[in-house]
Design a protein around this ligand. Structure first.
Ligand code: AMP
Ligand code: MG
Length: 345
């Protein structure tokens, strides 16, 4: 059986059936979504799900999101869905939005890390949608990366670390959003963002009239502290090199501070906005995109974080972005890439 299916720039989805058969028979499929690539398996098959944890080296208590292609599938796995939860699904599905619901018995506890809730998402990417539909089962799919590494937003970035661990690969080109989905749990009728992503707090506020952001999104989780979203606890997205995130509302101050930091090192690397990239008089500067286009930065950020170590830098300094819109998701990933080493000037 051919293992690789190239669907870049293709409008017909012939061949997805083969990938769906792999899912049905308990195998692992690497596939594109609009957020990042997913490492998928039949979400109702305990053994298949266990293989995801093994392939990624993921901690058992870090729950997986179940990806669905219809509301019928939602009803199969979740119960006691409130009006607000339905409103959120209708507003943001299909799309980069995950809602944490009360789970039904049919969902194996290995999927939910032992929790009695389950994260559910309906992706908008057509390849992902067709794969779930043809598999005729919710697909458990964490981001496709070895645990701790930046997520994969194109196949080239992750092929080396995952190709020999999966049974089928679908190449769908670059992911549009570039950061993972927004994870929300509705608590006392208030949508609480547990992980920021493609759907912004502003968008949720507009639909429901109220939104809260969990304090751990930009803050450190202390040893032993209880969190609502287990993924918050783990080291993630971090290059091997030491990284510092610097933010200022004042661009001159930002550039000055970064120049000062880099002047103390022999081989510094700066991850800079397009606007500032010629202001640092050093040889290693990576352009992360225009600061007037945060969606572009979101799309590039994981590929850039994956490139960092190849410069062999003795320090990496990253320009922060405003916490607004998708900027919150970017800052959440960057703060963690920098292991909470943030300087605001
Ligand atoms: P990933 O699969 O890499 O996108 O990570 C999924 C993240 O979603 C996990 O790390 C959790 O933080 C969050 N998540 C998934 N399911 C639940 C759940 N039932 N309750 C709370 N958070 C969840
Ligand atoms: Mg992940």
């Amino acid at each position: 059986m051919e293992k690789y299916l190239d669907l870049r720039n293709k409008l017909d989805f012939n061949g997805i059936e083969a990938a769906a058969n792999v899912i049905k028979s308990g195998g692992l499929v690497l596939f594109p979504t609009e957020t990042v690539y997913g490492l998928g398996a039949n979400g109702l098959d305990e053994n298949a799900v266990k293989n995801i944890f093994i392939a990624k080296g993921r901690k058992q208590d870090n729950p997986l999101i179940l990806h669905v292609s219809s509301y019928e599938m939602v009803e199969k796995i979740a119960t006691d869905i409130s009006d607000i939860e339905r409103q959120l699904m209708e507003a943001f599905w299909p799309g980069p939005f995950t809602i944490v619901l009360n789970k039904k018995e049919i969902v194996p506890s290995s999927v939910t890390g032992g929790l009695d809730t389950v994260g559910v998402r309906m992706p908008s990417n057509k390849i992902a949608h067709e794969l779930i539909h043809l598999s005729d089962t919710p697909i458990a799919a964490p981001s496709a990366n070895i645990s701790g590494k930046p997520s994969g937003t194109n196949l080239q970035d992750i092929f080396g670390e995952l190709a020999d661990k999966v049974d089928f690969i679908i190449d769908g080109g670059e992911c549009k959003v570039g950061v993972e989905s927004t994870v929300v749990r509705v608590i006392n009728n208030i949508p609480v963002i547990l992980r920021p992503g493609g759907i912004t707090p502003e968008m949720i506020q507009e639909v429901i009239g109220v939104v809260e952001v969990d304090k751990h999104i930009l803050g450190k989780v202390e040893e032993g502290e209880k969190v609502m979203s287990p993924g918050m606890k783990y080291r993630h997205y971090a290059p091997n090199s030491k990284c510092i995130l610097v933010y200022s509302e004042d661009n001159l101050k930002l550039v000055d501070k970064i120049k000062k930091i880099t002047s103390e090192y022999k081989n510094p690397l700066v991850i800079s906005s397009t606007e500032n990239k010629n202001l640092y008089n050093i040889s290693n500067v990576i352009d992360m995109g225009s600061k007037n286009n945060l969606s572009e930065i979101a799309q590039n950020i994981f590929t850039i974080l994956r490139k960092v170590d190849s410069y062999n830098p003795d320090i990496v300094v990253i320009e922060g972005v405003p916490n607004e819109g998708i900027g919150l998701a970017i800052m959440n990933r960057l703060i963690r890439a920098c292991e909470y080493n943030l300087q605001i000037v």
